[in-house]
Write a protein that binds this ligand. Sequence first.
Ligand SMILES: [Zn+2]
Ligand SMILES: [Zn+2]
Length: 298
Amino acid sequence: MKKIFNYRVLLYYKYVHIEDHESYVKLHMKFCTSLGLKGRILIAEEGINGTVSGTTDQTNAYIYAMRMDTRFKDMVFKIDETEEHAFKKLYVRPKKEIVTMDLDNDLDPNQITGKRLKPAEFLEAMKDENVLIVDVRNDYEYDIGHFKNAVRPDVKNFKQFPEWTKKNKELLKNKKILAYCTGGVRCEKFSGYLVREGFTNVNQLKGGIIAYSKHPDTKGSMFEGKCYVFDERIAVDVNFAEGTKIVGKCFHCGNPSDRYVNCAHLSCHAQFLCCENCEEKTARTCSEKCREVVDQYI
Ligand SMILES: [Zn+2]
Ligand SMILES: [Zn+2]
């Protein structure tokens, strides 16, 4: 049966000065609530970063209204079709940064950032052997899908990238760096940081994995596995050129798996990859310890 997609997920960001961003958060919350959107929107003085879901009408109304605002008139919306809301609630939060890098001396990607490559240019560049493809996401995002030959930075959050860069100076030195992330917002800052640190050949994938997956020139080519997303879907297919292969491994048995689950022990709630077999065998727990606690309630 053909699936019916009545809902859409919008992924977007813009680095642009937002005067009195805390008041804007309140206005924006009211506006999104009135439209019936759900999702997560972060607003800082430096810009906006959001993922929202809603019906086609609701998301169209949102895009239309945002484009009427001169600050966001050229904001790019990446659109995914889906069967239902991808979020349970709506959060609109004031933040210091729209992606938290926490540098002593913050940078503005409108002033300094890496060279933006279109999907086809990024694909072409990846085929060169003398490039360093850097995944600018967290380790658990990398683990269920990434570009072929990409470096996996062992970071748990974006804030750890400056530290990782310092530790890996030799690896990055004199290389043509190709950075990518989910939608582009993290790369704008990270590649700007690399340029400021003195790296000279810094490039980033414009629009991130999501734009690359949808672009007819690339269709996700050379991406292995799925793309982790921060909503109820958890992961989405990327590679429509060669197909999706499973790169993740079950935490318990090591067999191929791209199913992220949360530990059934609620105060643990750790996220891990788990195959269906092991989910059944372990009652979806991450450890013996958690299993003992969960068993008490069964
Ligand atoms: Zn398993
Ligand atoms: Zn656990």
